[in-house]
Ligand binder design. Sequence first.
Ligand code: BTN
Length: 282
Amino acid sequence: MSATGADPIDLRVLHRELSGTPFCGRVHHFEEIDSTNTRALREGTAGAPHGSVYVADAQTGGRGRGAHTWSSPPATGLYMSVLLRPSVTPQDALCFSLAAGLAAQVAVEHLAGFVPDIRWPNDLLSRSASEPRKLGGILTEMHAEVTRVRFLVIGIGINVHQREFPPELSRSATSLAIEAPRVVLSRQALLVSLLCALSEQTDTLTGSDAMSARAVLLRRLEARSTWMRGKAVFVHEEQPFQGVTEGLDQYGFLRVRTAAGEVRLVRSGGVRAVEKAYAAGS
Ligand code: BTN
């Protein structure tokens, strides 16, 4: 049996199911790779087309936001990166990353039958009131001039079959298998659902009425996340602060009301619920 066990990725079927999207015929599958994002960045620099997708059964150097790593054991999770070449400026890039979070949320809803929460900018969390845990994350990187994006790489990791995690993640991570134990899970079905949802989102964000598409996306995101409005948060920046979230600005940056006034969060250092921040002793 291969490393993918009973849950293989079948490119022929995949491309048929992606027909009509920019990803059809452009998915590259690896049994093992260092990082799909690293690969996509390299291919993007070499001229790979819009819609190229890099998916791996395992990553030996999976990367998370900041200096974090992304645990990527064989065939237990979805590890994929999408290369997009939208004609936008760097300040528009965040919306594509947020759109990917929404697409991942929709895909999980279709496949696993529950709606994960989205923590800004785009962590997927379980909805347990007492202890939300991380199900998935997104690392968006770009190659850009100051005024023009050359390409974006949106890397998405979703924990699918994991029943256990390395000790350092055992209190903070979860998987679809843990959250939806009676559902038969398939990484390929999740990938198709995710890419179809992402295709819809990116089509509208690059279409003729991109401004209103962006506004619709941001309102939808606020409505489908408990984190974007009215949440007491602790923000880990160089100068940590506490406040209450007040929605997203026109580019998708999080607005936080603090005792000293409104702070617009333009970096994703780490947003945590206030009670969780204290419980963790931070
Ligand atoms: C985070 O929440 O810190 C982001 C995690 C992103 C992980 C994915 S897995 C596929 C892609 N390749 C990587 O090296 N990272 C992203």
